[in-house]
Each structure stands twice: as structure tokens, then as C-alpha cells.
Design a protein around this ligand. Sequence first.
Ligand code: AMP
Length: 220
Amino acid sequence: MKKLCIILLGPPGAGKGTQAKKIAKTYGIPHIESGRIFREIAKGDSELSKTVKKCIEQGGLVPDEIVNRIIKERLLSEECRKGCILDGYPRTMSQVAALDSIIGEIGGKILVISLKINKNKIIERNINRLICPVCGAIYNLKTNPPRDDLKCDDCGSQLERRVDDEKIEVLRRRIETYEQYTEPIIKHYEERGVVKMVDASQSPEKIFEEIKKVIDQATL
Ligand code: AMP
């Protein structure tokens, strides 16, 4: 079988991070989370860090040439020899072109899982989201709170809100950015017959059950 590259698409708060972690664990493939990669880069004080930090804080996108270079390096690395789960990439048609060319080069197969959810639910999920800055675990104050106050269940670190979840106008901009730049990607892959839709308004467990069926079908 060709190596499988799973692309998880969905608006902010659809549950991509939570599901990608479950997929990575179950299928033993690396979770490549572009948002987390850029949040780490934004902590530095290089020119690149400053550019990335600004994009994140404003709810905009990091320039394609930066994103494509960083993700290409990961995709061609040894850790992705069996495949990978992409969470947050590709986000623009230029990123799709770069990814399609890499996948062609390595002889991979693409499966796109599109998480569908309505806007009201998205806003509620983002407002209640907490993340662990150390291990990347994701919590929701209403539906999946940490056991001990605001500490990570897995590593004990103090949980944080994402800077781009704090302001409603930044959140709205991220949703608009998704609609403008990322939704056309679903169309592109639909034309190639590789998209499976999953209802993301369900519980994380139910969503994962459906995702598993889709992946198992694709790898038969
Ligand atoms: P996320 O955690 O996926 O919501 O990403 C957080 C932020 O990182 C986004 O709002 C963008 O500023 C940046 N980012 C993540 N992935 C990409 C990407 N593929 N292209 C451009 N910017 C990205």
C-alpha cells in the first residue's frame, strides 16, 4: 500500500487537534500540527518569529513560502515514512499545489477528512478551549475540563488560553480566513474523489468512531 497522508480540514474549533492526536496514536503515524509549529516559532525573537507572531495574533495566515518550506522538510523526514496526519495544513491553494507535488514525489496517497460544524458551535468551542503549552493536550472548560484545576492531566503544566482565542474579532477573522482560503481546498479534493465528510458537532468519541471507519476503508 502507498503511504497514506491524511489531511484533516475544518474551521477553528472543529476538533482537528483532538482528533488528529487520536488518529496518530491509533495508527502510529506522526501528527503534523502546523499551528503548534508556528506557536513555537513565535516564541523566539528572530525576524521569522516576529513575522509569525504577528500573523497569529491578527488571526491571519503565515506566508505560504514559509509554511511550505517548513512542512516540506517534515514530510520528507524519516518520521513520515509510513504516512502522517496533517492538521492545519494545507490552508491555501498554493499550499495544496506544494503538497500535491510532494505527495507525487514520494508516491503517497491522500485522504481528506472534512469536519463539518456550524458557526455558533465553533465560537463556543474556541472560547472554552485551553491548551497545554508543554505537551499540546487540548481541553474544553465545558465538555472536557482538566481534572485538577487548570493543570494538564497528562504532564501537570499550567494550562493556557491561545492568544488567538481570546478576542472575538480575531476569532471571527480566523473563521472568515477559513471560509475564504480553505473551503476551496475541499472542492479541489472533492473533484479528485478523496474527501470524506464527518459531522463534528458530535462528542469527540463519536467523531473518532466515524473517522476510524473512514480511515479503515481507505487502507483496505
Ligand atoms: P491553528 O492552530 O491551526 O488554528 O493555527 C494557528 C495559527 O497559525 C493560524 O491562525 C495561522 O496564523 C497560523 N497557521 C497555522 N497553520 C497555517 C498554515 N497552514 N498556513 C498559514 N498559517 C498557518
